[in-house]
Design a protein around this ligand. Structure first.
Ligand SMILES: *Cc1c(COP(=O)(O)O)cnc(C)c1O
Length: 427
């Protein structure tokens, strides 16, 4: 399958090239211009790993063999995505049963597999900055992978202790640097690394960033897994609400629809960072300054996957009516967590945003699904504050919370970072 740079149409690359490069010229996103047609009923009858292998094989094309793709999926999708019933015709697709308890494990782990293929055994150093969930997913995905070293920068003292412990306690080929600065400074340092072409060449540096096409393709698979768990007679009535920040997750759902999955409508749910809902109403793209909310993984004012949504619309494989865009404010988010609790379902702010948006959109006879993007325990403090009851940590989180952090402190200074990179042990 050829992928096209959405900004420079003349730049066409294969799947593995796109995985290797991340972004194209002029920071353009890579995206397919054509979509395979799939036998949906046959796929929905299959188990997760087998079905996902077929979907990814169709999306990737013949650059990788069927057995290679199956092997990658087997390594990446080692945990389930159950559809938990919340009420009649209302369910949560739980995407948080992976090693770092957030949906980013699906994309991160498949990207790790794809990068290993794209680098074909060459030594690679992944350098990435994180404000929380992505770093943990990337670290776990590459943990002990031969030939790969991972260096994660994070703003010292500015992410929750629990989030920090999820990736700083691994060690081995995972190096974690606590930067004396904020997240923007971490990102600026990573940019400086990529500008140092000699260093990039010497260490085989790659970014594994969030716009990598391999992550989106992997995420398409759990929309099929959701539909497979809906009773057959309800499958034409399914509306799915996605708590959105950079809009990768929503894009993956729209790709699933373009592939023929009968999703009736997608609800793009945002918090107060509502660039997309405003744009959907007015036609004006006017990002404002980012505001901090309870659903902090969605605090994004300029979602970087949006050009891919526009591309799907321009290709005519989805239509404007397939998307509803809804903003949910802080009070409503709190209300959502409480209402779900009253329904007997323990949730957290991100899923609650999707739940409230879904409630506003859903009509009689429709079957509503909202995506549970993180385990409630990952947002322990917010959930405890909202519900007024203590929350137990799941076993895996409790274990790593008790471990020693192995991160090193570093000044927000490029020469210090360069020195740290050059002194890494060979993997
Ligand atoms: C990253 C994240 C989101 C937003 O997903 P996008 O694909 O960026 O829209 C939502 N919820 C949680 C918990 C996340 O970590």
């Amino acid at each position: 399958m050829q992928l096209t740079n959405l900004k420079v149409a003349a730049e066409q690359v294969s799947f593995l090239q796109a995985v290797r490069q991340g972004l194209g010229q002029q920071q353009g996103l890579f995206f397919p211009t054509q979509w395979p047609k799939l036998d949906i009923d046959r796929l929905l009858a299959m188990p997760l790993v087998e079905r996902s292998s077929e979907i990814l094989q169709a999306l990737i094309g013949d650059e990788l063999s069927a057995s290679e793709v199956t092997q990658m999926v087997r390594q990446a999708f080692t945990f389930p995505a159950p559809l938990a019933a919340v009420a009649d015709d209302l369910a949560c697709l739980e995407l948080f049963h992976g090693p770092t308890l957030a949906f980013k494990d699906f994309g991160g782990r498949f990207m790790a597999q794809a990068l290993a293929k794209a680098q074909s055994g060459k030594e690679t150093t992944i350098v990435t900055a994180t404000s929380g969930d992505t770093g943990a997913a990337v670290a776990h995905a590459f943990y002990r992978q031969a030939g790969v070293r991972v260096v994660i920068l994070f703003p010292k003292g500015k992410i929750s202790p629990l989030q920090e412990k999820l990736f700083t306690t691994l060690g081995d080929n995972i190096t974690t640097l606590a930067v004396d600065g904020d997240f923007d400074q971490c990102q600026a340092l990573v940019k400086q690394v990529f500008d140092d072409k000699a260093l990039v060449q010497q260490l085989g540096i790659n970014s594994a960033n969030s716009i990598n096409i391999s992550r989106l393709f992997a995420q398409v698979c759990y929309y099929f897994e959701a539909m497979a768990q809906v009773p057959a007679e309800k499958r034409q009535q399914v509306v799915i609400a996605v708590p959105s920040g950079n809009f990768g997750n929503l894009t993956a759902g729209l790709i699933a629809k373009a592939l023929g999955l009968p999703i009736k409508r997608m609800v793009a749910a945002t918090n107060s960072n509502d660039t997309v809902p405003r744009y959907w109403r007015s036609g004006d793209w006017q990002p404002k300054t980012t505001v901090a909310t309870l659903s902090n993984a969605m605090d994004v004012a300029a979602p970087n996957n949006w050009p891919r949504v526009e591309a799907l619309l321009a290709q005519g494989v989805i239509s404007r009516d397939d998307i509803e865009a809804v903003m949910v404010d802080e009070d409503d988010t709190v209300l959502g967590v409480r209402q779900l609790s009253q329904l007997g379902y323990l949730s957290e702010p991100h899923a609650a945003v999707a739940f409230k948006a879904l409630k506003r959109s859903i009509q009689a006879d429709e079957f509503g699904i909202f995506l549970g993007t993180a385990h409630p325990a990952k947002f322990k403090e917010q959930v405890e504050n909202i519900l007024g009851t203590p929350l137990a940590l799941p076993e895996a989180l409790a274990r790593c919370a008790a471990e020693q952090s192995l991160c090193r402190d570093i000044a927000a200074d490029f020469s210090a970072l360069k020195q740290a990179l050059l002194s890494l042990e060979p993997s």
